[in-house]
Ligand binder design. Structure first.
Ligand code: TYD
Length: 214
């Protein structure tokens, strides 16, 4: 059965402004009468948030395959308890990071077949209807992330060339799946980025943003 809801994921490097843009799109969608669930990965359930704490605060981070398995376990809990039920109820789910983050970050060190296997298990086959890739140079993104005052989690502390490769992997994913993954130039004022996102959602989904409601 096809779920009546709609699943949009936001992807991109550190400091690309995902959480601001998710909040703004959620406001637009709610004003148009839609029910919206905002969530994030790793996280979204108590168990998945606990796994997030293990992963992001690890003093001695586990290898990439162990990370991928933990992300998959967190994701499976999140998908089964939050995302699928919301979609079955006809809601719009906006998720800060999802499977493309696994491909972009863990894809450096885990072979593609093995990584896709963890992704398939973690999602139980759920694929986003639409993915908005907020693209920004790592220099600009890390600068923004530091302005937030964050000391940086285990992933943010990685070196700049690593973040450049992460960006390249995200862009390669967008080239591979151009119908699902739309690239948004994030190095612009937030309200300009938000207007681009509204236009893309309007053009690429059946979601009505006009205000009459679902
Ligand atoms: P978060 O604070 O959410 O990052 P940001 O604020 O930049 O969105 O931290 C999540 C970190 O986890 C981020 O550095 C990317 C990483 N991550 C992976 O490596 N693989 C994954 O599958 C996911 C979902 C996140």
């Amino acid at each position: 059965m096809i779920d009546p809801g709609y699943f949009i994921t936001f992807e991109g490097g550190e400091g690309a402004g995902k959480s601001t843009q998710i909040r703004l799109l959620a406001e637009t969608l709610r004003a148009a009468g839609h029910e919206v669930v905002v969530t994030r990965e790793p996280g979204g359930t108590p168990l998945a948030e606990a796994i997030r704490g293990l992963l992001l605060n690890a003093g001695d981070p586990p290898d990439a395959m162990t990370q991928a398995l933990l992300f998959a376990a967190a994701r499976h809990d999140h998908v089964t308890r939050v995302i699928r039920p919301a979609m079955r109820a006809g809601q719009i789910v906006l998720c800060d990071r999802f499977t493309d983050s696994t491909r972009a970050y863990q894809g450096e060190a885990v072979a593609e077949d093995a990584l896709e296997a963890t992704i398939l298990l973690g999602t139980a086959g759920l694929v986003p209807d639409l993915t908005l890739l907020l693209d920004l140079s790592p220099e600009a993104g890390l600068g923004r992330a530091r302005q937030r005052g964050a000391a940086g989690d285990a992933f943010e502390r990685a070196d700049a060339t690593y973040h450049t490769r992460v960006r390249e992997r995200f862009l390669a994913l967008a080239r591979r799946e151009p119908d699902r993954i739309l690239v948004v130039e994030a190095d612009r004022p937030p309200e300009v980025v938000a207007a681009s996102i509204r236009a893309l959602v309007e053009a690429h989904s059946a979601i009505d943003l006009a205000g009459a409601g679902a």
